[in-house]
Design a protein around this ligand. Structure first.
Ligand code: HEC
Length: 197
């Protein structure tokens, strides 16, 4: 995930991630204020981005939609992070932008989501949260919510991508791994972090 808040905080979170216990050990605090705020933040991020994307694609096509994802996804995340006092981002097991690569905790949760999906849980219901202490006793609340692949997404994340979109993707993301998805696949997850008092 991208770290938009002050560096010290970001570093603390990275340190937390390194010492994170496997998610299965951590009891999810189901209905805490943090969980509710995180659900709302993920929902807001999702809706804002999808609106901008759909609008650009409808009016000027997929390459223009890509500009929204390229230029605005990060900006929207940064703005929300500042407004909400939580780090808000997106990550995936197969990232397009290497800045979105998962840390250890996120990686474990994404794998957990894939396992739960394989057990039959609907992708749009998958979420997980935990409070993770670091070596200095600082605790961080973390939350992730799965992002399903919809039809709209296949234009840029599917198995057969148009030559025009393909060329632009190669130009912007030489290490792109976010292709070959099918509708209903787990595309990735929203990821949220907040230091606890
Ligand atoms: C017009 C092309 C386009 C469409 C359509 C599109 N995306 Fe993306 N997507 C991108 C680009 C470009 C990035 C890289 C953004 C960045 O640089 O942070 C991206 C990044 C992502 C990421 C962040 C992780 C990563 O791979 O870097 C997720 C999650 C994601 N897209 C999900 C979706 C979903 C879900 C949909 C459908 C609702 C969708 N995308 C539709 C182009 C697109």
């Amino acid at each position: 995930m991208r770290y938009a808040l002050p560096l010290a905080l970001s570093l603390a979170l990275i340190a937390n991630a390194a010492s994170a216990k496997p998610p299965a050990d951590a009891a999810p605090p189901e209905t805490t204020a943090e969980v509710k705020a995180s659900r709302a933040a993920a929902q807001q991020f999702s809706a804002t981005l999808k609106d901008a994307l759909q609008q650009a694609m409808n009016s000027s096509g997929p390459v223009s939609g890509m500009t929204v994802c390229h230029d605005q996804a990060g900006q929207i995340a940064d703005k929300l992070s500042q407004e909400l006092g939580m780090l808000v981002g997106r990550t995936s097991l197969k990232v397009r932008n290497p800045q979105n690569a998962p840390d250890n905790w996120e990686l474990a949760v994404l794998k957990q989501f894939e396992a739960r999906k394989a057990q039959g849980e609907p992708v749009d219901k998958l979420e997980f949260s935990a409070i993770i202490p670091d070596d200095q006793g600082q605790r961080t609340f973390r939350y992730m919510k799965a992002i399903p692949t919809a039809t709209l997404c296949l234009t840029c994340h599917g198995g057969s991508i148009s030559a025009e979109v393909d060329a632009k993707l190669k130009e912007l993301y030489p290490n792109d791994k976010a292709r070959g998805f099918k509708e209903g696949d787990l595309r990735g997850a929203f990821t949220i972090a907040k230091p606890m008092p």
